[in-house]
Design a protein around this ligand. Structure first.
Ligand SMILES: NC(=O)c1ccc[n+]([C@@H]2O[C@H](COP(=O)([O-])OP(=O)(O)OC[C@H]3O[C@@H](n4cnc5c(N)ncnc54)[C@H](OP(=O)(O)O)[C@@H]3O)[C@@H](O)[C@H]2O)c1
Length: 321
C-alpha cells in the first residue's frame, strides 16, 4: 500500500466513524468527548452562576446539577414559589457544599428590560461578583407560517432575543470592567436555530438571531467566552406556554408520551458544555442529533430536508418518530 492510499483509507475511516457517532450519540461529538475527557462539572465549585428561566424544565435541571457540585447560584424566573422550592432542592442536592446564602432567589420578568440593571446590581450586591450568566428563559411556538400575526413575531423576539441581548450587554460591560476582562455568557438556543423546522418560523428566526448576536460578540470580545447550547426535543412542559399565531393564545399542549430526551440528561450535558466553555453544542435523541449534524453541511441539510419533507420533520420534532 502506498502512503497516499494509506492516507486515503485513514480519511475514509475517520469520516465513517464520525458518521456512526452522528447516528448513535445523543449530542454533538465534541460535547460527548468532553463528558468523558473534559473538565468535570465539580471544577466550577464556588463560582457564581445566574440562571434565568430556572423555575422549570432545562433551567431547573441545570440549577440542580450545578448545585450538586457546589456552584453558587442566582435563580430567576417569574414564579417565585417554584424558585423557593428549587432552592430547597438545590440545598439538598448540594449535600453540605452550599449554604442558604449561596443561592439567591431572584424573581424577575426578563421582558422588563428597564429593570435588568437593577437585577444585576442585586446579584453583585449579594455575591460581590458574577462568573457566568446563563440566558435560558424562553418560549417556543407552534403555528403555520402564513397565519402568524406580526405581534407574535414581536413578542417572541422580545423574549427570546431582545431580553437576552439586553441582559447580556449589561453583564458583558461588567466583565470588561474586571481586571482580567474575562467572563462567560451562556445561552439556551435550539436546534431550530441551526436547522429550520416546520410550524415554528418565528421561533426558528429568533433562535437563529440570538445565535448571530452571540457569534458576533465572540468575534468582538475574544476574552469573553460565549457558549450557545442548542437542545432538540426535551421532556419539559414548554409546549403549554408556546406561542401560536395569535398573540392572545398559548399552545397549551403537553409533551407527555412524546419521544424526548430527559431533562436530567439535558441538564448534565448543558453543565458539561458550560464547564468546558464550548462554543456551540447540541443534544437530541436519534434522528434529531443526526439532523443537527447534517445542518452544519448546507448541501447535506438540503438533501435530508427535501427527502423527509415537512410532515416527517414535524413528526420527528414532536417526538412521534
Ligand atoms: N424543551 C425543549 O424541547 C426545548 C428545545 C430547544 C430549546 N429549548 C429552550 O430551552 C429554554 C427553556 O425551555 P424549557 O423547555 O425548559 O421550558 P419551560 O419549562 O417552559 O421553561 C421556560 C422557563 O422560562 C421562564 N420564563 C418564560 N417567560 C419568562 C419571562 N417573561 N421572564 C422570566 N422568565 C420567563 C419560565 O419561568 P416562569 O414561567 O416562572 O417565568 C421557565 O422557567 C427556552 O429558551 C427554550 O426555547 C427548549
Amino acid at each position: 500500500m502506498t502512503f497516499l492510499e494509506f492516507l486515503f483509507i485513514l480519511l475514509i475511516s475517520y469520516y465513517f466513524i464520525y458518521f456512526i457517532l452522528w447516528l448513535i450519540l445523543d449530542c454533538n461529538v465534541e460535547l460527548w468527548y468532553n463528558t468523558y475527557f473534559g473538565l468535570p462539572i465539580s471544577s466550577m465549585r464556588g463560582q457564581v452562576v445566574w440562571v434565568t428561566g430556572a423555575s422549570s424544565g432545562i433551567g431547573k435541571a441545570l440549577a440542580l446539577i450545578l448545585a450538586k457540585h457546589g456552584v453558587r447560584l442566582v435563580i430567576s424566573a417569574r414564579r417565585e414559589n417554584l424558585l423557593e422550592l428549587l432552592k430547597k432542592d438545590c440545598l439538598d442536592r448540594a449535600n453540605g457544599l452550599l449554604s442558604e446564602d449561596d443561592i439567591l432567589v431572584m424573581p424577575m420578568d426578563v421582558l422588563n428590560v428597564s429593570k435588568h440593571e437593577y437585577y444585576f446590581e442585586r446579584v453583585i450586591k449579594h455575591f460581590g461578583h458574577l462568573n457566568i450568566l446563563v440566558n435560558n428563559a424562553g418560549r417556543s411556538q407552534r403555528a403555520s407560517w402564513e397565519d402568524i400575526q406580526v405581534q407574535v413575531d414581536r413578542d417572541l423576539f422580545e423574549l427570546d432575543v431582545f431580553s437576552v441581548v439586553n441582559l447580556s450587554r449589561i453583564v458583558v460591560r461588567y466583565f470588561l470592567e474586571q481586571p482580567n476582562r474575562r467572563g462567560h455568557i451562556v445561552t439556551t438556543s435550539s436546534i431550530a436555530g441551526l436547522a429550520p423546522v416546520p410550524f415554528s418560523s418565528t421561533y426558528c428566526a429568533a433562535k437563529s438571531a440570538i445565535n448571530a448576536y452571540l457569534n458576533a460578540l465572540r468575534i468582538e470580545q475574544r476574552g469573553i467566552d460565549v457558549s450557545i447550547f442548542c437542545p432538540g426535543p426535551i421532556a419539559t412542559d414548554f409546549l403549554k406556554e408556546a406561542f401560536t399565531a395569535d398573540p392572545e393564545q398559548m399552545y397549551g399542549k403537553s409533551t407527555k408520551g412524546q419521544k424526548r430526551m430527559t431533562v436530567e440528561r439535558c441538564g448534565t450535558l448543558f453543565a458539561t458544555m458550560i464547564v468546558n466553555k464550548l462554543d456551540l453544542s447540541w443534544c437530541g435523541l436519534f434522528p434529531v442529533n443526526f439532523l443537527a449534524h447534517a445542518s452544519r453541511y448546507p448541501g447535506l441539510a438540503k438533501l435530508v430536508t427535501n427527502l423527509m419533507g415537512k410532515n416527517t420533520l414535524n413528526k420527528i420534532r414532536e417526538g412521534k418518530l
